[in-house]
Design a protein around this ligand. Structure first.
Ligand SMILES: Nc1ncnc2c1ncn2[C@@H]1O[C@H](COP(=O)(O)OP(=O)(O)OP(=O)(O)O)[C@@H](O)[C@H]1O
Ligand SMILES: [Mg+2]
Length: 319
């Protein structure tokens, strides 16, 4: 393992831009400074630019402007060097389905000049992780979609990279495999100094796994911080209100209430971050009625990363 990447910045980007054509600005000025030995999650709705960002950082795409470095190496000028330090698992599977699962893993290890003993040990360990032991010697073309994903995922772990990029790693995995993968990743970070950048739609997972989270929308990072920092800015509790009538007036008045910390109105759902939710419900209801807003649904909950996401992107998470 390269010692220098265990401290300092493992991933950096300055003013990263990717334009696919005149119409599509997929990445619109992203800056990143991700410490080595941390887990960073990129959260964003469909089309936000997550895969494009990962593609640039993993040298598969050149940025239209700006620069990025992984392990201190420029992703354009030193692309070959960068590749030696990283592992990648993409959203779309790129497996050769004429191979067996075991062969696919073994070829990947050979590509990285791993010894036979090393490859065999890794393959056994990783197959168990995603419960593919029994299918390992079957052709990939006989695998289900979920099995292919699991195989793809462990392929990225074959080579013990310094920095691992996982695009939606748990999509299509059953809850048990998700938990096991989470444990495995956390263990790699703690014991091998791994830096991990992932994208996920599973809020609970991002909240549990990540040291830092970047919320991305329309190619821009709109919020960044530790999960608890992002959640704390929502207030101690979130009162969620839906209804009919003059919501602008209602929101304006709610903003002025002394206990209100944060208000967002997205797609007819009004979220009010307050110091202490249940005792404030009565006042919110009364303000609504004075403002000509008829409440149809109201609830109080502790805020989650999902509330932060909704506030910044105006969209719910898929799960
Ligand atoms: N090869 C391409 N050519 C043209 N446009 C593209 C290409 N790849 C992606 N895009 C567009 O760039 C934008 C960002 O796409 P990207 O795949 O990076 O988003 P994403 O955040 O990964 O989305 P998802 O959650 O659906 O995977 C989208 O508008 C998408 O349609
Ligand atoms: Mg994507």
């Amino acid at each position: 393992m390269n010692e220098k990447v265990k401290s300092g910045l493992a991933i950096e980007a300055q003013g990263l831009i990717k334009r696919y054509d005149e119409e599509v600005l997929a990445v619109d000025g992203i800056d990143l400074a991700i410490e080595a030995n941390t887990i960073y999650s990129l959260l964003g709705p469909n089309g936000a630019g997550k895969t494009t960002t990962l593609s640039i950082l993993t040298t598969l795409l050149e940025p239209s402007a700006g620069s990025a470095a992984v392990c201190g190496l420029d992703v354009v000028k030193q692309a070959n060097e960068v590749r030696k330090h990283i592992g990648v698992t993409f959203q779309e599977t790129v497996l050769d389905d004429a191979l067996t699962g075991r062969q696919a893993l073994d070829f990947h290890g050979q590509l990285y000049q791993q010894s036979k003993a090393m490859r065999q040990a890794k393959i056994e360990e990783l197959l168990v992780l995603v419960e593919l032991e029994d299918a390992a010697d079957r052709k990939i073309r006989t695998y289900s979609g979920g099995m292919k994903r699991r195989l793809e995922l462990i392929r990225g772990l074959m080579t013990e990279p310094d920095v691992l990029f996982l695009d939606e790693p748990t999509l299509g995995l059953d809850p048990q495999s998700r938990v096991r993968l989470g444990d495995y990743i956390t263990d790699l970070k703690q014991n091998q100094g791994l830096t991990l950048m992932l994208t996920t739609h599973y809020m609970d997972e991002a909240q549990l796994l990540s040291d830092r989270v970047g919320i991305i929308d329309h190619g821009k990072i709109v919020a960044e911080g530790t999960p608890s920092e992002l959640i704390e800015q929502m207030g101690a509790d979130v009162i969620q209100v839906e209804g009919q009538g003059n919501s602008d007036q209602f929101v304006a008045v709610v903003k002025e209430l002394p206990f209100t910390q944060e208000v967002s109105a997205v797609n007819g759902v009004i979220q009010i971050g307050v110091a202490s939710g249940s005792r404030r419900l009565v006042e919110v209801v009364s303000v609504a009625s004075d403002s000509g807003f008829r409440i149809e649904d109201i609830s109080v909950a502790e805020p989650s990363l999902g509330d932060v996401f909704l506030k910044y992107t105006g969209r719910q998470f898929r799960d």
